[in-house]
Design a protein around this ligand. Sequence first.
Ligand SMILES: Cc1cc2nc3c(=O)[nH]c(=O)nc-3n(C[C@H](O)[C@H](O)[C@H](O)COP(=O)(O)O)c2cc1C
Ligand SMILES: C=C(O[C@@H]1CC(C(=O)O)=C[C@@H](OP(=O)(O)O)[C@H]1O)C(=O)O
Length: 390
Amino acid sequence: MRYLTAGESHGPQLTTILEGVPAGLPLTVEDINDDLARRQKGHGRGRRMQIEKDTVDILSGVRHGQTLGSPITLAVTNDDWKHWTKIMGIEPLSQEDQEEVKRKVTKPRPGHADLNGAIKYGHRDMRNVLERSSARETTVRVAAGAVARKFLAELGIKVAGHVTEIGGVKAEPQSISNLDDLKAQTEASPVRCYDKKVEQQMMDAIDTAKENGDSIGGIVEVIVEGVPAGVGSYVHYDRKLDAKVAASIMSINAFKGVEFGVGFQAASLPGSKVHDEIAWSEERGYYRLSNNLGGFEGGMTTGMPIVVRGVMKPIPTLYKPLQSVDIDTKEPFQASIERSDSCAVPAASVVAEAVVAWEIAQAIVEQFGQDRMDLIKENVQRMREHAAKF
Ligand SMILES: Cc1cc2nc3c(=O)[nH]c(=O)nc-3n(C[C@H](O)[C@H](O)[C@H](O)COP(=O)(O)O)c2cc1C
Ligand SMILES: C=C(O[C@@H]1CC(C(=O)O)=C[C@@H](OP(=O)(O)O)[C@H]1O)C(=O)O
């Protein structure tokens, strides 16, 4: 399975084409809209989220509520487009419109793709860069992820994402063993954090940053339960599933690092506190006495929950201006801005769920059969039985 996305932040719509989703997967717009709505929430979002009410149109690849095996086209309309039809118009500008729309973006914002993208593509108007580098694109990645999540649910695999840290305020390591309970707590939280004790502190940290014209980042965690052991491979660098999952997290705008299980703490722990000892029982087959490695050994799943975290840097557009240089005049200036999120870590936890769900679903389709939901289900079940008896 693979997908491409297209669309500018203030253009008419975002689109994705999903290739290789097996035939026979039940799929409705509601399955996708639910995740789109979850991505729009979260304390710290800016005014744009009041304009947009993201919903999907399924334009191909689904008939009577079932996938066909043909490419699936998903589109989300930008409600803000109506305010940008001239600035973002597709046709060449008339003389009269040129006067009205002539203001180019020549002042690159530190932390954004603006300057590097302009140098790379030769754009003297950096709107040509920022429109596509914007995280608005994550809308359709969440739509693609919702399809992957539906696929995984058919195989009894659950995916949950949440926030574990915002602006230095940390949640207690979670002790909830049931993923459904964890999800219920997270969904009810304005910062998508299961730890009620720190929720208010997280919101206060966001509000303080905003009052100071600043922004903050944080850490999100995604847990995937129910993936059989042996998905991925150790035989080649580009078949290692942990590497693909890490790349998917790093592909989210503003993400700067990834860890699995105990992650970076492994640098200071002895091996006896890191490696997950192996046990066997009649009911469970092989299992681990701990899950410090976050569900991966040798680029393959261990059968334990996958636990992956990503760190998001603070939002780069600040109300407190940072210094930059105008690319036309070469004069220094201090950027001031009109609107931005001050913290998007809760929203990013939904994006992280989506990209991880896609990678796991893709690995399963590749390993257990490409075309038909019923055959994939049988093959996954066979693999589970094989592992239990092994
Ligand atoms: C859900 C989400 C919302 C974001 N909202 C904003 C925003 O409102 N303002 C902003 O400056 N950056 C925002 N970002 C981050 C930028 O898109 C990102 O930092 C920028 O494109 C540069 O990419 P890089 O940080 O990956 O290098 C957001 C990121 C995500 C994931
Ligand atoms: C539109 C979304 O996020 C946007 C991501 C973003 C950026 O620079 O990444 C900048 C802001 O866009 P605007 O300048 O239009 O307010 C955010 O609102 C979204 O998440 O749907």
